[in-house]
Unconditional design. Structure first.
Length: 224
């Protein structure tokens, strides 16, 4: 019987966490997937449905604008964004993920690069008109999430939009009960993406289409 991809992912993550390397498991997982030894549970072979829904509802025109996809993985979300006309940067801490993105999309106009959300390039400060963060913050242990959130919000340019999609959990669910990854985000955590000049303008919570017992946030923010 094939082992559950979620179980394999958590084992790979736990091995990295035990080495005090909380982000190293991304490369371990993507490298194993590239070798056919694991499956990346969130690699859907298509853009995330909540991102596609937002695109359909908002109809953004990226002509003359920049976008960045945080934790881009193998590139499906970035390809949807670049198709809207944005000059799109898509980054991941895993070199294997970026190599797979290049293989998946050999003629892409997106710029796939290796970078670390917790230590991003200085010239990305307030550089992007659209920032898309899907599942990256929730894949980090809770003590790292506030730092990761600060770096995500720092990417948003004046007048820019931030879209966050994440698994949800109740505010009263104790951290200690979570067997991550992922470590789903509370409403308070979703609201912590805001800043004095970065405002939450829409927050939706909906059940996952594949598993109605799992709730997802879709949050949109706008910088002054």
């Amino acid at each position: 019987m094939t082992e559950d991809p979620d179980v394999v992912t958590r084992r790979i993550a736990r091995e990295a966490l035990d080495r005090d390397d909380p982000t190293g498991w991304f490369e371990n997982l993507y490298a194993a997937a590239a070798d056919g030894e694991a499956v990346v549970p969130w690699d859907r072979g298509t853009a995330h449905q909540l991102l596609a829904d937002w695109i359909a509802e908002s109809g953004p025109d990226g002509t003359g604008k920049t976008a960045v996809v945080v934790g881009a993985g193998t590139g499906w979300d970035a390809e949807l964004i670049v198709d809207r006309g944005y000059d799109t940067t898509a980054f991941d801490i895993s070199p294997s993920a970026i190599e797979t993105a290049h293989r998946n999309h050999p003629a892409s106009r997106a710029h796939y690069v290796v970078a670390d959300l917790l230590n991003p390039p200085a010239d990305w400060h307030h550089a992007f008109d659209l920032v898309v963060e899907i599942y990256t913050v929730q894949a980090l242990p809770i003590p790292l999430q506030s730092d990761a959130i600060a770096h995500v919000t720092d990417l948003v340019a004046p007048g820019g939009t931030l879209l966050v999609i994440a698994a949800a959990r109740p505010d009263d669910q104790p951290d200690a009960t979570l067997q991550g990854p992922p470590w789903p985000l509370t409403r308070a955590t979703i609201r912590s993406f805001t800043a004095p000049d970065l405002h939450l303008i829409q927050l939706d919570q909906a059940p996952s289409r594949s598993d109605p017992t799992i709730l997802r946030w879709r949050a949109e923010y706008l910088r002054d």
